[in-house]
Design a protein around this ligand. Structure first.
Ligand SMILES: [Zn+2]
Ligand SMILES: [Zn+2]
Length: 331
């Protein structure tokens, strides 16, 4: 059936035309079919489901971090321990995030269905693909998004782009979960392309992708983004088990130092291209200092202050200039 036809047909007609065998479906697939049959129009059904999923996952993932910020017990794992977000900062952040979700992201999410259908993505179709098919697809989307983000994030640190777009996201030098999507609409568009661009390109090339796989990918990507901005590094954080995983420990440094660590999920691109030199020097100084018996908390405070001071200088240079901030040398 042509993608144009699927956009105008009712869900019931689509299932009938596809000859869907309902008796062999599992409960989740039955639920999926019920949703599409209930709303009848697949564009509305997919649009609503996509937007609800995004809001629930994003704000749902922020709730534990919001609670953790209120509990002094967890301060021992805070990456910048003396910077606890105030209620005012959290409210200001929530307001802008909600505004951009409803004005910028909602139309984009809505437009996703026709575009995805046009490229051959399965939406209302059941049964779902096997997990053996989904896992490598999701792994590929992680790698593609990380590479896109690495390049475009560095571009956003270029003077004019920084001044007009990315500066907003750097409002908080000590980020918190909610700040993950605290960004200029154009930044949401540019960096969001990395999240949906991979699946769309894959779909265009293979015609073998179900939107459920995309939902699982976006679910994981939202967790990654919120957690990377949480400001906490626990002994059980993922990067302690997967050394190439970025996590908050990696991205927090980017907000504090204003330079280095441009990737999202993985550490390898920053490592290969040397854009983690200051981050590694910082870690080395911490390790050397504590090995020589220096007081860990005092050393950490001194290094954090130093790094933040340099970061502020680097930010000012980026705002004024046209050079990439990573090339800026603090004297
Ligand atoms: Zn940045
Ligand atoms: Zn950030």
């Amino acid at each position: 059936m042509s993608s144009n036809a699927t956009l105008h047909a009712s869900a019931a007609a689509l299932y009938a035309q596809a000859g869907t065998e309902f008796s062999s479906l599992n409960w989740f697939e039955h639920l999926w079919v019920s949703w599409y049959l209930w709303l009848e129009n697949p564009v509305i059904a997919t649009g609503l489901m996509s937007f609800a999923l995004h809001e629930l996952v994003y704000f749902g993932r922020c709730v534990p971090w919001f609670i953790i910020d209120m509990m002094p017990y967890f301060r021992r794992w805070k990456l910048q321990p003396n910077k606890i977000p105030t209620k005012k900062e959290q409210w200001e952040c929530t307001r802008l995030v909600l505004l951009t979700h409803f004005t910028i992201e909602l139309p984009q999410i809505w437009a996703f269905h026709p575009l995805a259908e046009a490229l051959g993505m399965q939406t209302w179709q059941v049964p779902f693909p096997s997990w053996q098919k989904m896992v490598p697809q999701i792994a590929l989307f992680f790698v593609l998004e990380d590479a896109w983000h690495y390049v475009s994030h560095q571009a956003l640190h270029y003077g004019p782009l920084y001044r007009n777009i990315h500066k907003l996201h750097h409002r908080y030098s000590a980020p918190f979960g909610l700040a993950a999507e605290f960004a200029h609409p154009l930044e949401i568009l540019i960096l969001g392309t990395g999240t949906v661009g991979g699946p769309l390109l894959y779909c265009y090339l293979t015609h073998d992708l179900h939107i459920l796989t995309v939902y699982i990918w976006i679910f994981l990507r939202l967790h990654q983004a919120v957690d990377a901005h949480s400001g906490y590094d626990f002994p059980w954080s993922l990067h302690n088990f997967l050394p190439f995983w970025s996590g908050a420990e990696h991205h927090d440094f980017h907000h504090m130092a204003f330079t280095n660590n441009y990737s999202t999920s993985f550490r390898w691109l920053d490592f290969i291209f040397g854009t983690d030199d200051k981050y590694r020097a910082y870690k080395k100084r911490m390790a050397a200092g504590t090995a020589q018996g220096e007081n860990r908390a005092a050393l950490e405070r001194r290094l954090l202050e130093e790094t933040e001071r340099e970061g502020q200088l680097a930010e000012r240079a980026a705002e004024k200039g046209g050079l990439l901030s990573s090339k800026f040398k603090v004297t």
